[in-house]
Design a protein around this ligand. Structure first.
Ligand code: F6P
Ligand code: MN
Length: 328
């Protein structure tokens, strides 16, 4: 069995000019994920469930205690490492520039949703972490800048997610390689390669959408939902509906089994809810790398030129044929 560290180092050997920095960065993210995993696992007995003193983040969302713990863990691990010039987090209004002699030399910046689906924590449902890695465009040796983060998704160098589910998984992909999944062996404290070269099925039999929004999405989306739900024989609908209310968990299923995930715009949220830079882009990167598609309804997610680190966009993402059907 090969570990996450062994795997990233082995990949490195394919490129004589590689410096090992990406491996080091992924190792840092993996370490922080293991620390978050411990907190998530004992949350109910360590008094770390529920809201964080009523705090509201820049998104206008209630911050859970575990959101803050996960956020601090990722920031601290990356800051004290040597492989990341700075980061953007869902939980922080502004970018975090590490600005120390070691990290200023790093060519990478990270954008991250430290705890996706965090309203699931209190009910022991799946939650996740999502990350996106870019090569910086500013000068090495100096502090990173906003331009390093505000790059379109097509420029991503790597991306990944961690799923804290019935087991904990670390899934990542780099632009030169495929998507690979690792499962945490809690007794050893290592991620082991369990899902090599993940390929999203071309077609699927499920769709993921929160039906509470059925009445406020536009007619075209509603028409597609009706198509999904249509009965061919007067009995079962065409597709099954699967919705865990955690983008990471909903999409993980789609990576393995096929399907489509939708968070469209609606009257009250004209740009949808999900954030382009640390939810939609990294998931679109992994989806395309594994054979699927991701669109905002008009264009590919990764073609969107970002204007703000926290901007939102509608998203339809998953198996190629299902996204084609939606577009049709
Ligand atoms: O952070 C975003 C998120 O938690 C996703 O994981 C999930 O798909 C979505 O929000 C659910 O949002 P809501 O129930 O508020 O529409
Ligand atoms: Mn999220």
């Amino acid at each position: 069995m090969i570990t996450l560290d062994e795997f990233t180092i082995e990949q490195l050997r394919l490129y004589p000019q590689a410096t090992g920095e990406l491996s080091g960065l992924l190792r840092g993210i993996g370490l922080a994920a293991k620390m978050v995993n411990v907190q998530v696992n004992k949350a109910a007995i360590a008094d770390i469930l529920g809201e964080d003193g009523g705090a509201i983040n820049v998104q206008g969302e209630t911050v859970q205690k575990l959101d803050s713990l996960a956020n601090n863990t990722f920031i601290n691990v990356l800051r004290h490492g040597i492989h990341c010039a700075g980061m953007v987090s869902e939980e922080n209004d502004d970018m975090i520039v590490f600005d120390d002699p070691k990290n200023n030399q790093s060519k990478y910046v990270v954008l991250m949703d430290p705890l996706d689906g965090s309203s699931n924590t209190d009910v022991n449902m799946p939650i996740g972490t999502i990350f996106s890695i870019y090569r910086r465009v500013s000068e090495l040796g100096k502090p990173c800048t906003k331009e390093d983060f505000l790059q379109k998704g097509d420029n991503q160098f790597a991306a990944g997610y961690v799923l804290y589910g019935s087991s904990t998984m670390f899934v990542y992909g780099t632009r030169r390689h495929s998507v690979n999944g690792f499962t945490l062996d809690n007794s050893v404290g290592e991620f082991y390669l369990s899902n090599p070269n993940m390929k999203m099925p071309e077609d699927g039999t499920t769709y993921s959408f929160d039906y509470r929004y059925y009445h406020c999405v536009n007619d075209k989306v509603r028409k597609f939902l009706d198509f999904c739900n249509e009965s061919k024989n007067g009995e079962d609908g065409r597709y099954g509906n699967r919705h865990a209310s955690c983008m990471v968990a909903d999409l993980h299923r789609i990576f393995l089994k096929g399907g489509i995930f939708m968070y469209p715009s609606r009257k009250q949220k004209p740009n949808g809810k999900l954030r382009l830079m640390y939810e939609c882009n990294p998931m679109a990167f992994l989806t395309e790398l594994s054979g699927g598609s991701a669109t905002d309804g008009g264009k590919r997610i990764m073609e969107i030129e970002p204007k703000d680190i926290h901007e939102r966009c509608p998203i339809f993402i998953g198996s190629k044929k299902m996204v084609e059907k939606l577009e049709e």
